[in-house]
Design a protein around this ligand. Structure first.
Ligand SMILES: [Zn+2]
Length: 309
């Protein structure tokens, strides 16, 4: 019989990253039997993702797939509730549909969550049992991971550090509150602040100006760092993580803010224990690694010889 394998698919707006691994359970990072990037199927996502899975699997026996999606998902039913980047998936019961196509168990998870678990277990959080991951980009995502599992609260929404209020009379956030951390150091907010200060271009340009000693850039970065320090002090008081891992699409520009925020946290902390604040290390593959690891766990829960279809 051919070898039993599991597949992780990290589905983005323009590309799908895949990672194929043996189905054998292990505490170590799922070693890639195959890994790569293909275009995201736009028209018929179920048929398109099934075709990708068949191509990647080849002659192996596929037992479980986990699809990581940028958006809101219901993990228990495998349904995509809302995905801004992939409207074709909105409302789709992707798990059951793909499971029927592939004759394999299929799970659906949020991509940020997949990446956070991978970073906590095998990336910058490796060796620490209590990890908080922070992804800085257009939005700000947070995940608290203990013993390799996300602690997501009674209603699945814990960890939302981006929606901690840091400027009570600040700008209105996408979530409806005023002055969330995201309204100060989310990428669009940084761009607006930089442009208002008379600067040109994106958060990356802001960083370049900061490095060049531009005073306006220093004011924008200082405000962002102060806001992030407030949020981190709240985090330390509530969660007391062993390490904070910072990643995300715009990591390089906000990282300057992270360094400044760290200094402010050190100055202001009293009873708090300030943990290491470190950059994420798995980079763009974190989501696919997290997805294939989940697929392995899914495979382990399905008794041999029983098909879920
Ligand atoms: Zn908010």
């Amino acid at each position: 019989m051919s070898a039993a394998v599991v597949l992780g698919l990290d589905v983005g707006g323009s590309s799908v990253k895949y990672r194929l691994a043996s189905a054998t359970p292990s505490e170590r990072i799922p070693e890639a039997l195959a890994q790569g990037t293909v275009s995201t199927p736009k028209k018929d996502p179920v048929a398109g993702l099934a075709a990708i899975a068949r191509d990647v699997t080849g002659s192996h026996r596929l037992v479980a797939v986990v699809v990581a999606i940028p958006g809101l998902v219901d993990e228990t039913t495998g349904t995509v509730l809302r995905s801004a980047n992939l409207p074709a998936l909105d409302g789709l019961a992707l798990g059951p549909a793909l499971s029927a196509e592939l004759d394999a168990t299929v799970g659906v998870i949020n991509d940020g969550r997949a990446a956070a678990v991978a970073e906590a277990r095998w990336g910058a959080g490796a060796g620490e049992r209590d990890v908080f991951t922070l992804a800085l980009g257009t939005g700000i995502a947070g995940s608290h991971i203990v013993d390799g599992r996300v602690v997501d609260g009674a209603h699945g929404i814990a960890g939302e550090l981006g929606h901690v209020v840091v400027e009570p009379s600040g700008a209105v956030c996408a979530c409806g509150q005023r002055g969330c951390l995201e309204t100060v150091i989310g990428a669009p907010a940084l761009r607006r602040a930089w442009n208002r200060a008379g600067g040109d271009g994106s958060p990356k340009d802001l960083l370049a100006a900061y490095e060049a000693g531009d005073e306006r850039a220093h004011r924008v970065v200082d405000r962002g760092a102060g806001a992030l320090a407030d949020a981190i002090l709240t985090l330390l008081a509530l969660v007391d993580p062993g390490v904070i891992v910072v990643g995300g699409g715009l990591a390089s520009a906000p990282h300057r803010i992270v360094v400044r925020a760290r200094a402010l946290v050190d100055e202001r902390a009293t009873f708090h224990r300030v943990p290491p604040i470190v950059p994420a290390t798995l980079g763009k593959w974190a989501g696919a690694v997290g997805a294939v690891a989940e697929a392995r766990e899914l495979a382990a829960r399905v008794p041999v010889g029983i098909s879920l279809n």
